[in-house]
Design a binder for this molecule. Sequence first.
Ligand code: ATP
Length: 360
Amino acid sequence: MAELRLEHIYKIYDKNVQAVTDFNLHIHDKEFIVFVGPSGCGKTTTLRMIAGLEDISKGEFYIDDVRMNDVESKDRSIAMVFQSYALYPHMTVYDNMAFSLKLRKVDKKEIDRRVREAAKILGLEDYLKRKPKALSGGQRQRVALGRAIVREAKVFLMDEPLSNLDAKLRVQMRAEIQKLHQRIQTTTIYVTHDQTEAMTMATRLVVMKDGLIQQTGAPKEVYDTPHNMFVADFIGSPSMNLFQGRLTETTVILGEHSFPIPPTYLRVLKEKNYLGKDIVLGIRPEDLQITAADSPYIFRATVDVAELLGAETFLYSSLANQTFIARVHADSNLQPADVVTLAMKEEKIHFFDPQTEERI
Ligand code: ATP
């Protein structure tokens, strides 16, 4: 059982660098939390404060209702997995996994039990006598995970653990870490700047920018209802298309095009006084589809680039002098300069305030 509470946490390195600002999060037992955001947004700093490798400048941090701010790292029941694996090159796989337990003077038989069990979970039984240099990148990463597992810690912290692996192995290890979590269910916090990793692994995402949480929620919830333009742009690949436009009483104007305001939005736009004002319309690439049907949300566009990805094609084009991407079926077989009719899915249209960049 491990529940973590971070209350009004700040990290101020010096008066010029406030790396984390008013970070509030309640992590429940067994959750797989992913901190995601661009480089420098404060993910690692937050993780290091949780690990006890960095002082907390301000705020309170609890594990299971015990205040941890001043508890030493080694006494926090936390196991950390780093990007660099941090394996001891002169030790065997077995000894790498056993090392922290030996330091803690755990009984030899108990060490053996835990190492063998972790090796079994991770498929490392045949490699226990090897040294790290005789292992592949994926196997090394598994040893690093094994070292965390044998600790039987309350919390796992993982800082970009897959970024040294090639793309294919990363996908494999992503699935392995998920399986591992399903099996041992240790509360985990995972840091990445890769939104695909974040979307596929998290039970809950924490999207960060400039030291501030932008949004917390299940991946689908964040994807479907991004709280602001930053999240809309950062989560999802390719990113959500964002168009500068203007509202009349009943329509959205994008350049020479005009579309009805989706009825479900009309009331809120009116109540919040956006009618007659500038607006940003968001639509995800997969919510723009080639159509032959009539709809008030259709427009014609000239293909600039068509990128075939196998099952689907990314069409690059522009609407009202603003570039966008549509994600269509590969069978469409389109070429540059082709003219297509695209339809926006009415229920998938998003609106943002151009000033605050917040969702309306
Ligand atoms: P990345 O994905 O690149 O690792 P991150 O989101 O993990 O980025 P942090 O490493 O937490 O970001 O850094 C947050 C901010 O704090 C950055 O502006 C960084 O330059 C700054 N920072 C980090 N460590 C220190 C330090 N020891 N002293 C001063 N500033 C620091």
